[in-house]
Design a protein around this ligand. Structure first.
Ligand SMILES: C[S@@+](CC[C@H](N)C(=O)[O-])C[C@H]1O[C@@H](n2cnc3c(N)ncnc32)[C@H](O)[C@@H]1O
Length: 435
């Protein structure tokens, strides 16, 4: 592809992402699937441009508004070119598959943006930090003086983390297997099973991935799975299992021994777990689609699980590095609905826990409303559960330096280099659950 064709494709992809409700990565994968003629290198270049624009959207839009130019996909890509120091050479809009040449207003826009910094001192915190304006009070209350640094890191691209599948390999063997395919991986700081790749890699083409030695999983997710303390022979339920990311980790902790039930309300997600389980050599998992909190299976299974993980549906505010588009569609109503579902899910999953068993509640959100506040409300209505502080569990369950000194696991990209994650470990002390 010529540079001109790449720019045209980036404008088209960005416009498609903006016109759809599906996540940007799904739209992009469909976009490229329908354009097989775009080779891998060009795909990467087009996606890089689009993702860079998505990561800078608030700042680009701030500049477009200041210069009284309509904010739409084409203007955003042109502005991004200007911030990248590119001038509007005619060749960038000439030849096969190129975008129409810039008009007078666009040329004027590019002229005025020339030499400007993407950041400007008049930009409010939410523009500089690239987060939805309505979240400002919540994030200020959470991070205070650290707000700029915390959200600054969330603008960046996330590293690629792998979890070594202990059913098939140890960390050294996985590093060696990756090295044989010229992939450099380093052990992660907090997770004893984690590897961080030094550069992007086409994972699904690698032997280490194809043969199930490693699975793609953020270090924070790995730590949540370890905190479940699932052991061989136990009865364990992964209540919001989705496509099985944490189920795979838990199955490995259980050494394939015992009973692991992976539930979810979304059948398509549960279906997607099948191939991953096979590749990882996992065979102690039963997948179960449930209808929701009132599902009869929950009633029948009350009090029969040693460990229950609730990896609750959440705002995903901890994963903005990976999904920079998602934050812009998040609304206060979405948050309110999620808080309701989390409360219902937690209460319903708690019924499954045996006396003496544990319930781990986790989200990939950084918002206290979805985290500490949910746990405090749950404990207030469930006197038969108590909080087990994470630092006291860490050395036995994880074995590395503990990243927190408070009862909950609370991770952020700035403080820990992981996605934003939260986990609380609760233990059932009595025989019956409260309300
Ligand atoms: C954060 S995702 C889970 C990710 C998964 N645990 C992993 O590690 O890959 C939350 C999941 O909760 C599921 N979910 C939503 N409502 C639910 C409910 N009422 N009961 C069980 N699962 C639910 C969603 O379908 C989604 O798959």
């Amino acid at each position: 592809m010529t540079p001109a064709a790449r720019i045209a494709a980036a404008i088209e992809l960005l416009a498609t992402i903006e016109s759809e409700t599906r996540p940007a990565d799904q739209v992009a994968s469909f976009f490229f699937k329908n354009r097989r003629y775009i080779g891998a290198k060009d795909r990467r270049a087009v996606a890089d441009t689009v993702w860079r624009v998505l990561r800078r959207k608030a700042r680009i839009d701030w500049w477009l508004e200041r210069l009284e130019h309509p904010a739409e996909a084409r203007a955003r890509v042109l502005a991004d070119l200007a911030f990248e120091g590119q001038s509007l050479e005619p060749s960038l809009f000439q030849g096969a598959h190129s975008a129409p040449p810039p008009g007078r207003e666009e040329k004027r826009l590019m002229e005025r943006l020339k030499g400007c910094d993407l950041f400007h001192r008049d930009q409010p915190a939410w523009v500089r930090g690239e987060f939805p304006e309505w979240l400002t009070p919540k994030l200020e209350a959470l991070w205070g003086n650290d707000l700029a640094a915390q959200v600054g890191t969330m603008r960046d691209e996330a590293p690629l983390d792998l979890r070594v599948n202990s059913l098939k390999a140890d960390r050294d063997a996985a590093i060696a297997s990756l090295a044989a395919e010229q992939i450099k991986a380093e052990p992660t700081r907090w997770s004893p099973l984690g590897l961080r790749l030094m550069a992007r890699a086409p994972m699904v083409q690698l032997q280490a991935w194809r043969t199930g030695l490693v699975e793609i999983q953020d270090e924070g997710s790995q730590l949540v799975a370890l905190l479940t303390d699932a052991r061989p022979g136990m009865a364990v339920c992964d209540y919001c299992a989705g496509a099985g990311g944490k189920t795979l980790a838990i199955a490995a902790q259980m050494e394939n021994k015992g009973r692991l039930v992976a539930c979810d309300v979304a059948e398509w997600r549960v279906d997607k777990a099948g191939d991953r389980l096979r590749r990882a050599g996992v065979h102690n998992v039963t997948r179960r689609v449930i209808s929701g909190a009132a599902d009869k299976w929950i009633k029948r299974s009350a009090g029969s699980y040693d460990r229950v993980l609730v990896d609750a549906p959440c705002t995903g505010t901890g994963t903005w590095r990976r999904n920079p588009d998602a934050k812009w569609s998040l609304t206060p109503t979405d948050l309110a609905e999620l808080l309701d579902s989390q409360r219902v899910i937690l209460t319903s999953a708690a019924r499954l826990v045996k006396a003496g068993g544990r319930l781990v509640y986790a989200t990939c959100s950084i918002l206290p409303d979805e985290n500490e506040t949910q746990i405090q409300a749950f404990l207030a209505t469930h006197p038969d559960f108590k909080l087990v502080p994470v630092p006291g569990l860490w050395s036995e369950l994880v074995g590395t330096e503990c990243p927190v000194d408070q009862p909950y696991l609370r991770l952020s990209p700035f403080s820990h280099g992981t996605d934003g994650f939260f986990a609380a470990v609760l233990e059932r002390v009595g025989a019956t659950s409260g309300s």
